[in-house]
Ligand binder design. Sequence first.
Ligand SMILES: Cc1cc2nc3c(=O)[nH]c(=O)nc-3n(C[C@H](O)[C@H](O)[C@H](O)COP(=O)(O)O)c2cc1C
Length: 203
Amino acid sequence: MIKTGSEDISMGKISVPVYNDYCPQTLFLYGTYDENGNADFGLFCWFSYTYDGQMGVMCCIGGEKGTKSNIHRTGIFSANIVTEALLPSADYLGNNKGFDPSKVDFTVGKGVVLDVPVVEESPVVFELEVKQFIPLDGGEVMLCNIRNVLQDESLASCDETVADKLTRIAPVKTTCHSYFGFKGDYKGAWGEPMKGLSTSSSN
Ligand SMILES: Cc1cc2nc3c(=O)[nH]c(=O)nc-3n(C[C@H](O)[C@H](O)[C@H](O)COP(=O)(O)O)c2cc1C
């Protein structure tokens, strides 16, 4: 029980099926090149950080995916933070395999240190090199060296607080098969934001 002045709030817990509901995760678009040298982007949230003398990234890809086979072939990829402005395109890429640039509303650029495609409109981009693949039972964990971090110049400004910068770039979170804006506002269930794309809703 927590005492809050006049009332007691019950804090009983129940066991639920294994899942990560109510644990918000940051979204990233992973950029790779396919075997023909064409850019490919997929949406991912099983992404976090490691520390082993220097900061690294760990991520998990479940099952067979184009993104996974591209990373296996090249050993490198970009992770582009998803903002509210990028959400319709990101949602589309999370619900459709492969990549057709005419179906999304962002610009594909190039990494600075690694030969990886990046999302020009994403304010924070990691250029990643896999140092260890850990195959599981169909899924795979990848431990990555961060070879470069590309950030919008405006994030280096001292004229704006960190809170104001985050509010401005507005990274999206996901949990419970739903998207939430930086301030916690509901942005739709998985599969909904992409309906706002003029080009993709019919797919
Ligand atoms: C919100 C959201 C988050 C996702 N996160 C992951 C993830 O972390 N790992 C994963 O394997 N798939 C994840 N997916 C599924 C991939 O985005 C999906 O399989 C996509 O088609 C992969 O693109 P590709 O087939 O071009 O590689 C996610 C999907 C959504 C909608």
